[in-house]
Design a protein around this ligand. Structure first.
Ligand code: ITT
Length: 200
C-alpha cells in the first residue's frame, strides 16, 4: 500500500527545511504547498498560536483535500508583555535587520536580562478541515535576547535568540543542534511519535 500523503502547510522556507528534516522517514508521502495547486494564504486572525495553527491546518486541508499539518510560531519577549508573539512575522521592518533594530528600540530602558521564548503550536487535520484537529501540541525553548545579532544559520529571529545551555545564539549552531532543543523540533518530534502509532 503506498504511503498516504501529508501536506506540510507553511509558506516559510525556514520552517519547511526544519519540518522536512524532523519528519524524514515517517511512513507518509511528504508534500509542500509547492507540490499542489495554489491556495490563498489565510489571514491569521487568532489571538493565540494554537488558534492560528488550527486555522491554518483547517484552511489548507479544506482547500487541498489532504491530511495537513500546520504550525504557528513566534518569539515572546517578557519585558514587552510577550510581544511580538503571534505578530512575529508581521512585526515592523521589511528585513530582519530592521525588525531587530525596531525591537532593540522597544527594549531600550527595560532591565536585562531580556528573557524570551520561542513557541511553536502544531495542528494536524486528517480529514478535509471540517472537524477539530486530530492532534495538537505546543512546545517552547527558553532564552534571552542578545545585545546584537550573531550568527548566520537558521532564520527569522535566531540571530538575536541566545540559548544559555549552548552559550550562543540559535543562528550560531547547525540546524540539527537547533532542532534538538528548539520549539519546532520538540513539537514535530511529538507529532512524529504520534503518527507512528496511527494505523493507516
Ligand atoms: P506560515 O504562516 O506560512 O507557516 P509564517 O512565517 O507567516 O509562515 P507564522 O505566522 O507562524 O509563520 O510566523 C512565525 C514567525 O515567527 C516567523 O516568520 C519568524 O519571524 C518567527 N519564528 C518562528 N520560529 C522561528 C525560529 O525557529 N527561528 C526564528 N524565528 C522564528
Amino acid at each position: 500500500m503506498p504511503a498516504p500523503p501529508l501536506l506540510i502547510a507553511t509558506t516559510n522556507p525556514g520552517k519547511i527545511r526544519e519540518i522536512q528534516y524532523v519528519l524524514a522517514g515517517v511512513p507518509r508521502r511528504l508534500l509542500t504547498l509547492a507540490d499542489i495547486a495554489p491556495i490563498a494564504e489565510p489571514e491569521e486572525t487568532g489571538r493565540t498560536f494554537a488558534a492560528n495553527a488550527a486555522l491554518k491546518a483547517r484552511t489548507y486541508a479544506a482547500a487541498s483535500g489532504l491530511p495537513t499539518v500546520a504550525e504557528d510560531s513566534g518569539l515572546a519577549i517578557d519585558a514587552i508583555a510577550g510581544r511580538p508573539g503571534v505578530e512575529s512575522a508581521r512585526y515592523p521592518g521589511d528585513t530582519y535587520a530592521e525588525k531587530f533594530a525596531n525591537l532593540y528600540r522597544e527594549l531600550a530602558g527595560h532591565a536585562r536580562p531580556w528573557t524570551a521564548r520561542f513557541v511553536c503550536s502544531l495542528a494536524f487535520i486528517d480529514d478535509q478541515g471540517t472537524s477539530a484537529p486530530a492532534f495538537v501540541t505546543e512546545a517552547t525553548v527558553e532564552g534571552e535576547i542578545t545585545d546584537e545579532p550573531r550568527g548566520a544559520h537558521g532564520f527569522g529571529y535566531d540571530p538575536i535568540f541566545f540559548y544559555p545551555p549552548y552559550g550562543c545564539t540559535l543562528a550560531e549552531v547547525t540546524g540539527d543542534r537547533k532542532l534538538a532543543v528548539a520549539h519546532r523540533g520538540k513539537a514535530f518530534r511529538a507529532f512524529r511519535t504520534w503518527l507512528r502509532d496511527v494505523p493507516f
